[in-house]
Design a protein around this ligand. Structure first.
Ligand code: MN
Length: 415
C-alpha cells in the first residue's frame, strides 16, 4: 500500500531497495526550535550568518522564527526574508490573526501555522474545545493564503491527539488551502514501526498533498523516526543542526541528510562537504557543545586509536568507516594512546620518512602507552566542572531575577 501511494504521489526512488520521495526538501528548524533550547539565544546578525550558510549548502526551507515573540525576533525574520537567500524563509504563527499578520509583515514567503491537537494540550494548556481549534485553524490558514503565503499547517502533539479530530482538522485546513501538512511527535514518543503505522493511517484518512514531520529526540529516536517518515512519503523533513531543540532536541540535520544520501542513495540537494563547517558555526553561536561521540560531527566520529581498528583503517578505510570523512568536510584522525598498535607507529614514522626495526617499534609503542596512561586528567576535569556549572544554571540567575522583581516595585515576603 505504501508503494502504491508513493507511485501515485511522487516519482519513485528505489535505490538500495528503500523507497523515498525523489524531491526531498530539507526544512531547517535550528533558528526556531533550536533557539527554544534552554539558554540559547541568537541575535538577528547570528541568525543571518547561520541562515546564509544553510542557504549556501542547499537547505530548502529555513524557519527564521516567530515574529510575535519580540521586536528583535521580528527584526531577525524581516532581515532573513530580505537577504536574498536561495532558501525559502518561513516564519511561524499561532492560530491567531495578529500572529499571521506579523508573519505577513515580515516578508517571509512561507508560514507555519501551529496549534496543539491532543486532549491534554487542549484541556490544560489552550483551554479550547476542538471546535474552537478547528475554527481558528481554518480562519488563519485562509488569512495566510489570502496574503499569498505558502502555508504549512502543524499541530503540536499530533500523534497523541484523537485520530478522528486530527483527520477532520487536517482535511479542513487542506481544503482551506494549506499547501503542506506537518505531523509532529512533540514529546518524542514514536518508534519507527509505530510511526510507520501512524503515517500510513494519516495518509489513508487525510490524503495530504505534501507531508512533513517534526520529530523530537526524547528517547533518541528522532532521526530514526524522521527517516521512517521519509520512507512513508514525507518529503520535507524538519531538522535542526547538531540536533538542537527543546529538551533532548530534534532530529539532527546532518544525521538525516547523510542517512538519506549514504544509506538510501537519495538526493537531498545538500552540500554535505560543508556540514562540519555548519555544525561548528552552530555549536559556537548557540554555545551548546557537540558531544564527542555525536554521529558525523562529533570530535570522535572519524578518530581511531585502538590497534586493531587503526590496523584495519590503514589497510582499507572501509574496514571501520561507513563513509569517508571528506564527505562531511572532515579529516580522519589517528590518535596515539593507550590502545595504539604497532601499525600506527609505523605509519606515523612514515610522515617523516622513517622506518624502524621491530625492537625500536616496540620500544616506541610502550613509551606511547606509558606516557598517555600517566597523563593527568586534570584539564578535562576542570573543563567538565566549568561546563556543568554553566549548564546547571542557564538563563537568568535567581539573584538577578529577585533584584528585577524589587526594581518593578514588588516586595517579596521572604528573603
Ligand atoms: Mn518542537
Amino acid at each position: 500500500m505504501v508503494e502504491e501511494r508513493l507511485v501515485e504521489n511522487y516519482h519513485e526512488n528505489t535505490i538500495h531497495g528503500r523507497h523515498v520521495p525523489e524531491s526531498i526538501v530539507v526544512w531547517d528548524e535550528t533558528l526556531r526550535d533550536g533557539e527554544q533550547m534552554p539558554g540559547v539565544h541568537f541575535s538577528p546578525e547570528e541568525k543571518l550568518r547561520i541562515a546564509e550558510l544553510l542557504s549556501e549548502i542547499g537547505v530548502g526551507i529555513v524557519n527564521a522564527g516567530i515574529p510575535v515573540v519580540s521586536e528583535e525576533e521580528a527584526e531577525a525574520v524581516h532581515r532573513l526574508a530580505h537577504a536574498g537567500l536561495r532558501s525559502k524563509i518561513l516564519a511561524a504563527a499561532r492560530t491567531v490573526a495578529s500572529d499571521v499578520d506579523a508573519v505577513i509583515r515580515s516578508g517571509a514567503s512561507h508560514i507555519a501555522i501551529f496549534v496543539a491537537a491532543s486532549q491534554v494540550h487542549l484541556r490544560y494548556k489552550l483551554k479550547m474545545t476542538q471546535e474552537q481549534v478547528h475554527a481558528a485553524a481554518l480562519a488563519t490558514v485562509k488569512q495566510a493564503k489570502d496574503a499569498g503565503l505558502h502555508v504549512a499547517f502543524v499541530t503540536e502533539d499530533t500523534v497523541r491527539a484523537p485520530f478522528d479530530f486530527v483527520e477532520r482538522l487536517y482535511r479542513g485546513v487542506q481544503d482551506a488551502g494549506a499547501d503542506r501538512l506537518v505531523v509532529a511527535d512533540t514529546v518524542g514518543i514514536m518508534t519507527p514501526l509505530t510511526f510507520r503505522w501512524y503515517l500510513e493511517e494519516f495518509q489513508r484518512r487525510v490524503h495530504p498533498k505534501d507531508l512533513s514531520v517534526h520529530c523530537h529526540n526524547d528517547f533518541g529516536l528522532a532521526t530514526a523516526n524522521t527517516l521512517t517518515a521519509v520512507e512513508c512519503g514525507a518529503r520535507a523533513p524538519q531538522v535542526c543542526v547538531n540536533g538542537l531543540g527543546e529538551r533532548a532536541g530534534n532530529a539532527s540535520l546532518e544525521e538525516v541528510v547523510l542517512s538519506l544520501e549514504a544509506l538510501y542513495g537519495a538526493k537531498t540537494g545538500i552540500r554535505t562537504d560543508r556540514l562540519h563547517e555548519l555544525s561548528r558555526l552552530v555549536e559556537e553561536t548557540a554555545g551548546v557543545p557537540v558531544a564527542a561521540n555525536k554521529a558525523l560531527v562529533g570530535y570522535n566520529a572519524f578518530s581511531h586509536e585502538a590497534g586493531i581498528h587503526t590496523h584495519g583503517i590503514l589497510a582499507h578505510t572501509l574496514t571501520y568507516e561507513p563513509l569517508q570523512p571528506e564527505v562531511v568536510g572532515r579529516r580522519r584522525q589517528m590518535i596515539l594512546g593507550k590502545h595504539t598498535g604497532k601499525s600506527a607507529i609505523v605509519e606515523k614514522l612514515k610522515e617523516r620518512g622513517l622506518t624502524a626495526p621491530d625492537p625500536i617499534l616496540l620500544e616506541l609503542l610502550s613509551r606511547v602507552k606509558r606516557e598517555t596512561e600517566a597523563r593527568s586528567k586534570e584539564d578535562l576535569r576542570r573543563f567538565l566542572h566549568h561546563y556543568r556549572a554553566l549548564y546547571e544554571r542557564p538563563g537568568l540567575s535567581d539573584t538577578d531575577f529577585w533584584k528585577m522583581v524589587e526594581a518593578v516595585g514588588l516586595r517579596p515576603e521572604k528573603a
